[in-house]
Design a protein around this ligand. Structure first.
Ligand code: HEC
Ligand code: HEC
Length: 288
């Protein structure tokens, strides 16, 4: 396996962040296969896209870095704690809300019609002339087409809906567009990915590109992909959105963070999604 040098480990040892190098644990699980409910096979390894210029060669889903029990929870919807929230989203799909007397199903019919949508997010919206995350597409339909109120980015109702939509794309390859009008957003996201933030002066790349596979405190560092999001975090006993995870990671460098839904995090979302082209959508993941 080709790896980048480990020189940045010195930087990681700063402050309260201590890295224990434990080579035995260093690699993602060598042969675990993700098959959900015994029927949906989801590839968790892939070849990195050319535009990563060899910064990553093999792609590994975050699932492969987790303990056996946590991995097992994601393999069975009865054991996956995210499914309670997903069910709330499925129910909301059919629920009439707002002044127009419509539900999502009124126009989109079966939620299965959303297969592939999550895999292409975030994506450039021509009409708005902006990069939109899934949350914004949902809110646009609610406010402009249903006469319903906007949902907060990290509200339970929003996460339930993004979960319900994400599982429609389970096993489908990540397919974000990074060309044309998406390109400047992708470049902005890449810039952010490599910028060192906070007192620890660390970038996303310092952890997820230079040190994936290593232990940081008690955590086995993954490549930081978003293909499994939204995820259920056992520690928080709740669902975590993509931008919430970004906030947590930036805070860990003791930096001021961008807000969930900010232009910066949307651009970062596009870039991080593109780093996972070669992997497939897993939402709903389970994490410690
Ligand atoms: C009045 C009809 C209507 C209702 C009700 C409606 N939508 Fe939409 N929705 C649309 C239309 C029209 C589009 C744009 C389709 C396009 O551009 O291809 C769209 C687009 C979307 C997209 C983006 C799809 C894509 O491929 O880019 C998502 C996601 C979505 N809707 C989710 C929802 C959800 C969730 C609800 C319920 C909260 C909902 N919609 C309610 C009509 C509706
Ligand atoms: C100080 C090290 C550190 C930095 C810097 C850092 N992260 Fe993380 N990140 C972690 C740890 C630890 C986890 C939890 C274990 C794992 O999946 O790697 C994590 C998890 C993630 C995950 C979830 C992966 C999964 O499959 O559950 C994503 C996505 C992520 N980080 C993105 C980012 C982005 C984007 C940045 C830059 C804004 C960033 N991280 C900066 C340490 C870091």
């Amino acid at each position: 396996m080709l790896r980048k040098s480990r020189t940045t480990i010195a930087a990681l040892a700063l402050g309260a962040v201590t890295l224990g190098m434990t080579p035995a644990l260093a690699d993602p699980h060598p042969d675990a296969e993700l098959v959900v409910n015994g029927e949906i096979t989801i590839p968790t390894r892939g070849t990195a896209p050319a535009y990563l210029d060899g910064h990553l060669t093999e792609l590994y889903s975050g699932w492969l870095f987790r303990e056996d029990e946590t991995r097992a929870m994601q393999m069975d919807d009865f054991d996956n704690p995210a499914m309670v929230f997903t069910d709330a989203g499925l129910e909301a799909w059919d629920t009439v809300e707002g002044t127009e007397g419509k539900s999502c199903a009124t126009c989109h019919h079966e939620i299965e019609s959303m297969a592939g949508v999550r895999a292409a997010m975030p994506k450039y919206n021509e009409k708005a002339g902006d990069l939109w995350s899934l949350e914004e597409y949902i809110n646009a339909c609610r406010t402009e087409r249903m006469g319903a109120e906007k949902l907060k980015w990290n509200s339970d109702k929003m996460k339930a809906m993004t979960l319900a939509l994400s599982i429609q794309s389970r096993g489908m390859p990540i397919s974000v567009n990074i060309d044309g009008p998406s390109k400047p957003y992708w470049e902005q996201g890449r810039e952010i990915y490599y910028t060192r933030y906070g007192q620890l002066e660390m970038s996303c790349a310092n952890c997820h590109e230079d040190n994936w596979g290593n232990m940081i405190r008690a955590d086995h560092l993954s490549q930081g992909h978003i293909n499994a999001f939204p995820v259920y975090r056992l520690k928080d006993a709740g669902v975590v959105s993509i931008h919430q995870r970004f906030v947590g990671c930036v805070r860990d460098t003791r930096a001021e963070t961008f807000e969930a839904g900010s232009p910066e995090f949307k651009a970062l979302e596009l870039y991080v999604a593109s780093r996972g082209v070669g992997l497939a959508i897993e939402g709903a993941g389970v994490r410690p």
